[in-house]
Ligand binder design. Structure first.
Ligand code: NDP
Ligand code: MG
Length: 387
């Protein structure tokens, strides 16, 4: 029988990679739902190819355009995520959550009830709302697979292993485009230089996060939440070539290292076919493996690693504040309104304000509190920057 699947954020980089994987094995899958925000053309193209019945497009203008298309008459087109109950009569087999940003949190949590397995790429959902996600996963007995490449590798390496045997997990960071660039030259770098990641092809937002190293801080938070490991057992290590995705040191002296090529196809493909273990990496030769070149992170070069020391061990709204402030600063940088080095400088300063620090003790009770905090920060940051 064909496996029924849904893709939230099918027009993005992760979504399209999954679409291409399914195209190569079309006889085994039925796509039940696809979603996008604005890109109605791509969404329609995908829907036509897979004969998808249900589409969600959240931008009103794009929704109207899609509705007007005479070829979309036999598709159910929705403008929001409030119709899962209508769309899913029984639990489907697999969902990919690959919407970008905090907007992905609500649909991710709400679709859990309707899917046997969920692969989550959306970092923001995990960082800000993991406790709420986990509760739903337990309640509806839905399996979860992380898609961020480091977390997928850790998840893969830890199958069947007890967490209390772990001494340390190292998350590898490439160091981004400026690893070798002198500190004083960073003030003048432009958007093109910042978003030109040496190893991964990604969108501008996540490439900027990679250049400032906040992406790795986010990944430490993700790892802490997903694998229930305290911050003192998680460490960032620079590995410029990005072949090593996870290093797990066990208390008995054994170290497990997961190596594969730098391609998001690997976690995505494996999340789809799991429990089958496929991986499907290009074969890496010894020359490559002889050049792993691990290094410590220099906090002068990457001041945002200092954020790690600010994080509370309990789940709190501070994580949402962190994600929201960073979102806003990256947006300002990508609009050429602030310098690259301003992102880390201003962020470190702002996160130390009492008005934000006090949220380290407050745990979000529901999705609404997280979204409200995100909106508040986004609307007020201009004012805070002037202070
Ligand atoms: P993209 O920006 O390429 O795609 C985002 C997708 O979400 C698109 O389908 C977009 O629709 C949709 N979307 C955007 N805004 C909204 C909104 N407000 N409401 C509903 N849908 C929306 O992102 P990526 O695929 O690169 O990343 C997705 C997530 O995965 C992110 O959280 C990212 O951090 C994480 N991730 C990505 C990696 C990568 O290699 N790309 C690696 C690890 C994690 P439209 O196209 O119409 O705008
Ligand atoms: Mg990653």
């Amino acid at each position: 029988m064909k496996k029924k699947i849904a893709i939230l954020g099918s027009t993005g980089s992760i979504g399209k990679t999954l679409i291409n994987i399914i195209k190569q094995d079309i006889k085994n899958f039925e796509v039940v739902l696809l979603s996008a925000h604005e890109n109605y053309r791509e969404l329609f193209k995908q829907a036509k190819f897979f004969k998808v019945k249900n589409l969600i497009i959240t931008n009103k203008k794009s929704y109207n355009k899609l509705k007007k298309n005479k070829f979309s008459k036999n598709m159910n087109i929705y403008n929001d995520f409030n119709n899962f109950k209508k769309i899913f009569k029984n639990k489907i087999d697999y969902t990919m959550s690959s919407i970008s940003g905090i907007q992905g949190l609500k649909p991710t949590i709400e679709i859990i009830k309707y899917t046997k397995k969920i692969a989550i790429a959306n970092k923001e959902a995990i960082i800000c709302g993991w406790d709420l996600i986990e509760k739903r996963l337990d309640k509806h007995k839905t399996d979860f697979i992380p898609v961020d490449s480091e977390h997928f590798s850790i998840w893969y390496a830890l199958q069947g292993i007890e967490k209390n045997l772990i001494e340390k997990i190292y998350l590898t960071a490439s160091g981004g485009p400026f690893l070798e660039k002198p500190l004083k030259k960073l003030k003048k770098v432009n958007i093109k230089q910042v978003t030109n990641h040496p190893n991964w092809k990604m969108g501008k937002k996540i490439s900027t996060d990679s250049a400032t190293m906040i992406n790795k801080v986010f990944e430490v938070i993700e790892a802490k939440k997903i694998f229930k490991i305290s911050y003192d057992k998680l460490e960032i290590i620079i590995h410029p070539k990005s072949y090593v995705h996870a290093i797990i040191k066990f208390k008995n002296g054994l170290t497990k290292i997961i190596v594969h090529d730098t391609n998001m196809r690997i976690p995505i493909l494996n999340s789809l076919y799991s429990p089958k273990k496929i991986i499907n990496s290009k074969k890496l030769d010894f020359k490559t493996l002889n050049d792993l070149d691990f290094r410590d992170v220099n906090p002068k070069k990457f001041p945002l690693v200092k954020v790690l020391k600010m994080l509370p061990n309990n789940t709190s709204l501070f994580e949402t504040i962190l994600v929201s402030i960073n979102d806003k600063f990256v947006e300002l940088f990508l609009r050429n309104e602030i310098k690259f080095t301003d992102i880390s400088q201003k962020m470190n300063k702002m996160l130390n304000l009492y008005s934000f620090k006090k949220y380290k003790k407050i745990k979000p009770k529901n999705i609404e509190e997280i979204i409200e905090m995100n909106t508040k920060i986004k609307n007020n940051i201009g004012y805070l920057l002037k202070k």
